[in-house]
Design a protein around this ligand. Structure first.
Ligand SMILES: *Cc1c(COP(=O)(O)O)cnc(C)c1O
Length: 433
């Protein structure tokens, strides 16, 4: 079949009913799957046959949704996880263990930053954070002989830096490690990291993919492009026998599917961070309109960013779709159809004004969430990035006055009117007209 468009995949990808079957992807609300003989089941446990046996490992509803996301990203295999955090953890832990090291952009989501710098450290995995705009030399300098991955976000949450894919991919590959990219904010509708050299993509599906703030979830997609056997020594987990499967070698047995097979058969089996079929069903409903929503998010966000950048009380605006933005050219290159609906900005006067403004919003709500249909705001320094000190905040690109505005898909005029009335409240209306 001819390669179909992303909109068609959003709606029809991952599930093709046969004669007389449900038109809509069913929820397989079942932990278990039936077999006729003990031998049939034994073969599944040895990974000699593929089939469902227990929903912690695989479930038909989850698999269909993973297949849809896989097709959207242009990968060879994908797995849903219980959350974006689980996706980030499994994506990295599938490549390394105690005594290993990773390099990550410092401009990443607060939760990922905690995971890498605090929790993974306890597991014996070290991280070196690098400036997202570091030169090739600076990036190279962060690598060690035991480095197993380079990690970054397509659009950083919440600083809105745009990843220089070609630079990061070139250094990762020259150092013999995969580039792992969190593509949550751009979604495959606006950017497909595999086309720019990324090897593995992660998502918090909780955000735009779900789009309605209904279900926490995550996903890992593999491009199938990284040659594990060419770096046999570096990735023993994929290239040497797995004792928990009678000495099976993932890269030999499964070829391009090795990474996702290992994540499923070994990590999901042992760590159990699977997505529930009910959440996968809701995620799938969200995915059916992802292409329509992303276009509207971008259209509304550009209007809101323009309004903010022209308002005399606004100190600064970061939105890669805005002409003159530091990342405008890079965004045009990697995501010409638009970035996403998230804007970072600060008000004159700093932190106190930013907080007062948020309290005055009527349409926009203060929520620990981002990237759904409803306009929302958050103050990362007080909320998601609260664990970071001021120096770490700046390193992550998060100024203390930064307001993260997640522009929804309501009418743009109403969103802008709400921003305006809240700014007027903070500064007195005469000034902002
Ligand atoms: C929210 C988020 C995560 C974590 O996802 P959860 O689904 O909340 O666990 C990871 N990366 C980015 C970019 C996010 O915005």
């Amino acid at each position: 079949m001819k390669k179909r468009g992303l909109g068609t995949t959003c709606i029809q990808g991952g599930y093709t009913p046969k004669k007389g079957e449900a038109r809509v992807l069913p929820v397989y609300q079942s932990t278990t799957f039936k077999y006729d003989t003990s031998e049939q089941m034994a073969r599944l446990f040895d990974l000699e046959d593929s089939g469902y046996f227990y929903s912690r490992l695989q479930n038909p509803t989850c698999d269909a949704v993973a297949a849809k996301i896989c097709e959207l990203e242009g990968g060879v295999g994908a797995i849903l996880t219980s959350s974006g955090q689980a996706a980030s953890f499994l994506a990295i832990f599938n490549l390394c263990g105690a005594g290993d090291h990773i390099v990550s952009s410092a401009a990443i989501y607060g939760g990922t930053s905690n995971l890498f710098t605090v929790t993974m450290k306890k597991l014996g995995i070290e991280v070196t954070l690098v400036d997202p705009d570091a030169s090739k030399e600076e990036l190279r300098a962060a690598f060690r002989p035991n480095t197993k991955a380079l990690f970054a976000e397509t659009l950083s949450n919440p600083s809105m830096a745009v990843l220089d894919f070609e630079k990061f991919a070139a250094v990762a590959h020259e150092q013999g490690v995969p580039l792992v990219v969190d593509n949550t904010f751009a979604t495959p509708i606006n950017c497909r990291p595999f086309e720019w050299g990324a090897d593995i993509v992660t998502h918090s599906t909780t955000k735009y993919m779900d789009g309605h703030a209904m279900a926490v979830g995550g996903c890992i997609v593999d491009s199938g492009n990284f040659d594990w056997m060419a770096h046999k020594e570096k990735f023993p987990g994929l290239t040497t026998p797995d004792d928990s499967y009678h000495g099976l070698v993932y890269a030999e047995n499964f070829g391009k599917m090795a990474y996702i097979m290992k994540a499923t058969a070994q990590l999901m089996r042992d760590l159990g961070t699977c997505q529930s079929p009910q959440n996968a069903f809701l995620l799938n409903v969200g995915l059916e309109t992802l292409h329509l929503r992303m276009a509207r998010h971008c259209e509304n966000a550009l209007k809101a960013a323009r309004f903010l950048s022209e308002n005399p009380h606004v100190a600064w605006v970061n939105y890669p779709g805005l002409e003159g933005d530091r990342y405008y050219e890079r965004a045009q290159k990697y995501m010409p159809n638009g970035a996403c609906g998230v804007i970072a900005f600060g008000l004159k006067g700093g932190r106190e004004q930013s907080i007062a403004f948020m309290d005055k919003l009527e349409l926009g709500a203060i929520v620990t969430h981002v990237a759904d249909a409803r306009t929302s705001v958050l103050h990362p320094a007080s909320h998601t990035h609260r664990q970071l000190n001021d120096e770490q905040l700046l390193e992550a690109g998060v100024r203390p006055d930064l307001i993260r505005l997640s522009v929804g898909i309501e009418d743009a005029e109403d969103i802008i009117a709400d921003l305006k009335q809240a700014i007027d409240h903070v500064y007195g209306s005469a000034l902002s007209d």
